[in-house]
Design a protein. Structure first.
Length: 137
């Protein structure tokens, strides 16, 4: 899966699409998958399925389904092995997944910067009165 090329970022909040955040990928943005990817990002060597399940507070079925979605998107690798007689599954971020997740984090940082910039602007300005003819719904 090739990473999508991000549009040039604008510093003008009044430009069309300034807050579209095209880099926020729905596959990554789902809460459980975001937690999975964050955990995997902190452990380049990978995390065992059972440990990842506990870290993300998911059931076996939920984690399996989210891993399947991430694997289909080529963001994670799933390795099967054994420790003694016990089968084990190791989950790791793929190279593509690590690159894509880092780009996603950069996009989230833009969201935070934009929101903080807006918060600073409104913190010093008095609340706006409604334009003539408008009422608060």
């Amino acid at each position: 899966m090739a990473a999508k090329k991000k549009p040039a970022l604008t510093t003008r909040p009044d430009e069309a699409g300034a807050f579209a955040y095209q880099g926020l990928d729905r596959v990554l943005h789902e809460k459980a998958r975001l937690g999975i990817l964050t955990a995997l990002h902190t452990k380049p060597e990978g995390i065992l399925f059972t440990d990842l399940k506990e870290l993300c507070a998911l059931t076996d079925g939920n984690l399996s389904r989210h891993i399947q979605v991430l694997q289909e998107a080529e963001l994670v690798e799933v390795w099967k092995g054994h420790e003694g007689r016990r089968p084990q599954t190791l989950i790791r971020l793929s190279t593509v997944g690590r690159t894509h997740f880092n780009a996603y984090l950069n996009e989230l940082e833009h969201v935070i910067r934009d929101a903080r910039r807006g918060a600073k602007a409104t913190a010093v300005e008095p609340p706006l009165d409604a334009p003539p003819g408008w009422i608060l719904a």
